[in-house]
Design a protein around this ligand. Sequence first.
Ligand SMILES: [Mn+2]
Length: 427
Amino acid sequence: MRIVHAADLHIDSPLRGLSRYEGAPVARARSATREAFTRVIDTCLEHDARFLVLAGDVFDGDWKDAHTGLFFLAQLARLTPIGCRVLLLRGNHDFELTRALAWPSHVHEFSAPDGKGRGMHRSFVFPDENVVFHGVSYPTREVKESLLPHYPPKVAGMLNVGVLHTSATGARGASEHLTYAPCSPADLVGHGYEYWALGHVHTHQVLSREPWVVYPGNTQGRSVRETGPKGCVVIDVEGTSIARVEHVETDVMRWYDERLVLTADDGLDDLFARVRERLESIDASSGDRLCAVRLTLEGACSAHEAVIEAPERIVDQLRAEARQVSERVWLEKVELATSPVVPLETLRRAPGLIGDLLRHVEVLRTEEAESDLLTLGRALDPLAKKAKRELEELRIDLGDRDVLLRALADAEAILAHRLTAGEPSEG
Ligand SMILES: [Mn+2]
């Protein structure tokens, strides 16, 4: 007998910030959470699952309109022919669904602790499969106390599955989420159930195997903070014990947070070649999925000067390269953090003109020289007036000391590179 366990589907989550990039596969990205749920249902059908457990945050929040609910019901209806039943728990995101539709008879929703509105449904018993599910939905967004005291004791002679939306202490990635209904894995283990179907933390992990305490992770990554494969788990049950738990990927768009470290010999052509190579390997390893890649370029390299002289052009060119690699690969963001090959520290200590210049720049960095730095900034006023709109769009304020310090560092790197070009750098 098989059970599919999923959580944190966040169906119709808006995926903020994605629409800004020209050529970005926005429509596909928007529908990603829906497609991932479709794949969860596919997984139930493929494994002939008897139950589908949804452990909270199925929806990202209250439905904007009926479309979300109609889509959800249409997918659940696909389970009816195989007799797969659904156990539904409300988490902090979907505790309240003001437009909720009546669930069909194969959907069983757990009540909140006070039973508000829907009676007390804390345990659902299925004698045909000798299994009982226990769960407590969120009555409100912020559940500060452990919900564990509301869970009934184990029913002897049956498979007991606890469904719980919780911040389990020590779980990987737990710090990325607000702490709700906290509990410790040891308390869950001690409760006596054979399997804890958790939700809330978006990173898949097995906290315990005897008994099983499992986060399936979310079904679809929604930002660069949610990289790597995402999916649900398939639980193999033999009698009243768990034989196997397997993670199955359901994501249709995968996030990558990539760092590429360039070295001294790498010029601009090498930079593009290295990026292309990396994007090709990402594309090859991701199947037919969309890949949203955040790319950080680092390292002291010859390409640095060209990078800081025209960063926007480099980023545009990289987006064009990505597009050529595959239409499935999409550069979500490029961070240019390369540094000059010229050893600034050494040059700064050297006697002569270049040393003097760099030492003067260094003085401008001190707090005592703040007024000099701001004066320097004001020298850019005529330029700032011409580029007023662009600066506003980029939120660049030339009266801001941090902005000026960054500009100073770029100018310093360009100067040092130009003034020492052709000379062997001192090691
Ligand atoms: Mn949650």
